[in-house]
Every structure is written in structure tokens, then in C-alpha cells.
Design a protein around this ligand. Sequence first.
Ligand SMILES: NC(=O)c1ccc[n+]([C@@H]2O[C@H](COP(=O)([O-])OP(=O)(O)OC[C@H]3O[C@@H](n4cnc5c(N)ncnc54)[C@H](OP(=O)(O)O)[C@@H]3O)[C@@H](O)[C@H]2O)c1
Length: 335
Amino acid sequence: MEINKQLLLKKRPVGLPDKETWKLTKTEVQEPKEGEFLVQCEYVSLDPAMRGWLNDVKSYIPPVQIDEVMRAGGVGKVVKSKNQKFKVGDYVYGQTGVQQYVITNGVGYHKVDPTLAPLPMYTGTLGMTGMTAYFGILEVGELKEGDTVLVSGAAGAVGSVVGQIAKIKNCKVIGLAGGADKCKYLINELGFDGAIDYKNDNIADKLKEYFPKGIDVYFDNVGGEILDLALSRLALHARIVICGAISQYNNTTAVKGPSNYLSLLVNRASMKGMVVFDYAKDYQTASMQMGQWMLQGKLKSKEDIYEGIENFHETFLKLFSGEKMGKLVLKVSEG
Ligand SMILES: NC(=O)c1ccc[n+]([C@@H]2O[C@H](COP(=O)([O-])OP(=O)(O)OC[C@H]3O[C@@H](n4cnc5c(N)ncnc54)[C@H](OP(=O)(O)O)[C@@H]3O)[C@@H](O)[C@H]2O)c1
């Protein structure tokens, strides 16, 4: 009898989630019914958004309920099937949750090809975070050739792809990241034009130096103080993409909003939020384009992979400590 290790939400956290937020349980793997199939999950995606899904508040998606399997995107292999479309041996991506097996009717699942790209990449550059970067910078940010672009969380899953797409479009790109190593990575490996170490540099001075004529597009992954500083350096008709605000996700006090917002008025600028799921119908076109850029050597993808469903909590915290590079992924299958 196969055993399924599952990570369930045990209690709602206040601030940074502690180890007691989740509990690991074991259940027997069930048989799929007619129309269903059984997936052996291999890798799950760890995303900052998971922190928001723990709060019992109205959002773009309902919160994870207590005793429910922790929501997560994941990739795995179909091991039993009573579904015409998904056969044994197929590899799939879907909302598997943080567990080793899942039974599904296939809604929201699609096939992925491990011979074209490594499986973890389908959670990142060729998956949700890559799609966020693509539609965020090109559609929401209305990127134009020659724009000056600032991106925060630049060494992360979304930010690293945003910056590289902007370089492909011949823009000047500056990234904000925590620490000298990440800044060197942005310039030397990803081809950014400059980087700001937000933990050690004077951000306002660096923005003045890098953007003498102002920022055309600011892709915001972090919110808070950095958003405020970017607002004070906008060019005429600038666009700000509100993708995320990781600096605020574990706040126990109110979210810090921007006080420099009148810069939008002065510069006839706009600030627009986005949710990647709104672009689902166009994912395939975008992934084909991303795949092509990869084959041409114009787009690099980096995954930081940890192992063991038991290590979910400490791995998840790396999103907030920054002790990771690129897309954070957890291998949940054993052996
Ligand atoms: N709107 C959407 O549809 C959508 C979809 C996906 C993701 N997102 C958002 O996009 C953002 C990036 O997500 P991701 O998956 O690419 O995560 P990620 O950037 O791979 O990981 C998070 C990174 O954020 C940085 N960080 C953590 N705390 C910070 C703080 N207080 N101030 C500044 N930086 C901090 C850390 O890097 P450093 O070492 O550089 O600090 C960390 O590595 C998140 O805000 C996420 O919620 C939105």
C-alpha cells in the first residue's frame, strides 16, 4: 500500500509563519475513479503568494482552509489513470498541493515534456512565475524598446525573467537585490546594466545615478520603502507594475503604502496591479516564445531546488530571508 505524505494547514500564522503553522500527515493513496487519474508529485513550487493564502481575508483566490492540504503548483507523473486525456507515464503541471500524490479529474492540469526542459523549470520560467514576468512587463508595463527599467526582487523567479525580457527588448535594466553576490549575478550572468544592493547601498543616490532622466517602467515585487523611492524618480508617462509586495507580507501592522504617489500626477504616470491567472488563455503562446529565447541563449533560467516534504517550512522561509537564487522549488518525491 502506497503512503501519501501531505502537508496540512494547522493554524493561521501571525507575522512570519512558524513551524506550527503546518502539520505533516500520512494517508493511504486512494484509487482514481472514472474520469480521474493519480499523479505522483515530484516538485512543488514555493511562492511568496502562499503567505497571502494563509490569511482568512477576501483576495483573488480563497484562503487555504485549516486541515486542508497546503495549496501549491506542482509537477509530477501520472501513475494510474481512468481519464482519456491523461495517460500513465504523462508528466503534468497543476495545483497538486504540497503532498506526494494527488487524484484529480484534470481540470487546471496540462501536460509538460521533461525531454524539452527539466521538470522544475515548469514551475518557474516555463510556468507561473515566467508567465507573470512575461505578461507583467510586456502587457501591464507596456514595455517599449529603449525604455529605462527598474525591477525589484531582481534575482528572484519573476524579477530575473522580467529583467532579461527587458534586455531582449533593448531596454536599460537595473535590478534591486539583497547582497553583493546577487548583484554580481544580475550583471555578469543575466546581462543587467546595473544593480542596486538594497541592503547596503543608498537606494535614492543609486537611482539618481542610474536614472538621470527617470524610470520609464518600474516592475515592483517588493512594495514598501522601495516603491516609494521609485515613485520619486519617475520619468514622464512612466508605468509601475504592481506585481507583489513581499516586504509587507508578514507585517503584523498595516501595509505601508506609498506616500510619494503624487509623482503619478506630476509625471502623468500610471500604477497598475496584475494577477497572472488573467492571462491563462495566452500562456501557450508566451511559453513558446520563452522557450525560443532560451534556445537562442537570450533567456537563462535558474532553479534553487531543496529536498524533502519534511523540510517545507525551513525552505519556505528562504523566500523571505532571500537565502536562495532564482525559482525556489521543493522536491517532494522520495528516492
Ligand atoms: N501578481 C501575480 O500574479 C504574481 C505572480 C507571481 C508572483 N508574484 C509576486 O512577485 C513577487 C516575486 O515573486 P517570486 O516568486 O519571484 O519570488 P522570489 O523573488 O523568487 O523570492 C522572493 C525574493 O524576495 C526578496 N525579498 C524578500 N523579502 C524582501 C524584502 N523585505 N524587501 C525586498 N526584497 C525582499 C528576496 O530576495 P533578496 O535576497 O533580493 O532580498 C527573495 O529571494 C512576490 O511579491 C510575489 O508575491 C505575483
